[in-house]
Design a protein around this ligand. Structure first.
Ligand code: FAD
Length: 291
């Protein structure tokens, strides 16, 4: 099923993201975890694509498994910056042949090697190039793109970031999923600006439940997200107790989600980090709110 059929209406949705393993040895463990999450019957699930494409086979296998066994619509991520046109086109065809209808089109992060190489030799410089390619291969694929309420780290300013975001939407993105954020006001401000810029596609809010103190540094490093004092206090107080930190992190994410829903942000995507218990707890916390 195309995700636009799910998120183009105003009914609130809860969806989960999972990531594929890096090696064969943990494939089965990850598959079991993703299936546990699928059994929760979220509105959809996204399956990430390992940096540089190293896990592409697993992304496809897991996404296909979730759709076929659990009838949960999936969104297969695909990155392009470190790949050739030929490889990317093969991946797009594989996704279609697996019966999947949705692709999250991403540029991917720049590795130090890529940074040093001559950009003129790259087949893809930005996600917009991938979006145009997907449209060329199959006009009917439903495409999502990434957006950054706190600005992409490489952007000079928000106006520039939003200008390029609009280009992605015009190239064929039917919806946008946000980078994680921990202060909802940043999202509300971003929404105001993109709507003013004429970007009208649905926005899916990405929420990362921080369930252990070690995750904090990594999340900030990856996303550059602002940590509100309220969140920092929680980590200071409960960071040393894994069980308490987990409970507090889930409560914080739940609170964020309820505020988003109360303010008309209807589509929530939880970065569930392959943790079925965390996904299940958030879902049960919202059982009377998102049904
Ligand atoms: P782009 O849209 O290309 O933007 C990157 C930068 O280039 C921005 O600063 C933008 O303003 C600028 N830009 C865009 N278009 C142009 C243009 N035409 N000319 C000049 N500048 C331009 N990474 C993975 O490896 N695998 C994943 O599965 C994955 N999933 C993700 C899911 C979400 C929801 C998000 C938010 C990120 C994800 N990422 C993933 C990380 C992502 O690959 C990085 O954030 C990457 O640095 C940017 O990808 P993008 O698609 O947003 O790039």
């Amino acid at each position: 099923m195309k995700l636009t059929e799910i998120i183009n209406n105003k009914k609130p949705t809860l969806s989960f993201e999972v990531f594929p393993p890096k090696t064969d040895s943990v494939f089965e463990t990850v598959k079991v975890a993703t299936e546990e999450i699928a059994k929760l019957k979220p509105a959809f699930m996204s399956v990430t694509y390992g940096a540089g494409g190293g896990t592409s086979r697993y992304t496809l296998e897991i996404a296909k498994d979730i759709e076929e066994k659990y009838q949960v619509p999936t969104l297969a991520h695909l990155t392009c910056v470190s790949s050739t046109k030929e490889t990317v086109r093969t991946r797009i065809k594989e996704i279609r042949e697996a019966g999947l209808e949705n692709i999250m089109a991403l540029r991917g992060d720049l590795t130090p090697e890529l940074e040093k190489s001559d950009r003129a030799t790259w087949d893809y410089r930005h996600a917009v190039d991938l979006i145009r390619d997907i449209k060329e291969v199959d006009e009917n694929i439903c495409i999502g793109g990434a957006c950054y309420p706190e600005i992409h780290p490489e952007s000079a300013n928000q106006a520039e970031d939003i200008r390029y975001l609009k280009e992605k939407v015009e190239a064929g993105c039917s919806f946008l999923t946000t980078q994680m954020f921990f202060d909802n006001n940043l999202l509300y401000n971003f929404l105001y600006k993109i709507r003013e810029a004429g970007i009208e596609v649905p926005i899916v809010a990405g929420i990362m439940p921080i369930t252990n103190a070690n995750q904090v540094d990594r999340a900030i490093k990856l996303s550059g997200s602002f940590m509100p004092q309220r969140f920092k206090s929680l980590v200071d107080k409960f960071g040393d107790s894994p069980a308490a930190m987990k409970q507090a992190g889930i409560a914080y994410a739940t609170d964020q989600i309820i505020d988003l829903l109360a303010n008309g942000v209807n589509h929530i995507h939880v970065y569930s980090m392959n943790k079925p218990d965390v996904a299940a707890k958030i879902q049960s916390n919202l059982s009377e709110i998102i049904s």
